[in-house]
Design a protein around this ligand. Sequence first.
Ligand SMILES: [Zn+2]
Length: 140
Amino acid sequence: MAADTDLVAAAQAALEKAYAPYSNFRVGAALRAESGTVYSGCNVENSSFGLTNCAERSAVFVAVAAEGAGLRIKAIAIATDPAVPCSPCGACRQVIAELGGPDCRVLYRSREGIEERALKDLLPDAFSYRPTKTKSRPSR
Ligand SMILES: [Zn+2]
């Protein structure tokens, strides 16, 4: 995990940009793409609360905008202010699963300190849309 100290620091720095006037719960996230590039994001709240976007998804969307559909996430770190135990919400776990896969490493604060878990442990049996090829009609 020592190699991920930069990722945790980037998540911590990202929360400084958070727009959280309603909850005052600032969150930052930073991910490392397979390319090696680190992308970060913060939570962005809205007075219409349902439109609020989490830091994790903000970071993922920034990364996709930069690298395109081929983005693969190796690891993602989450930091919060106040620094309380906080793992990614279900929606973010699903988004991370889509572009990081089951072995993507997730770092977040637990009661014991910074914890690292594989995405598959946080979201077993993630939703996956893999359309099967339809059989072509028999020729006549
Ligand atoms: Zn979330």
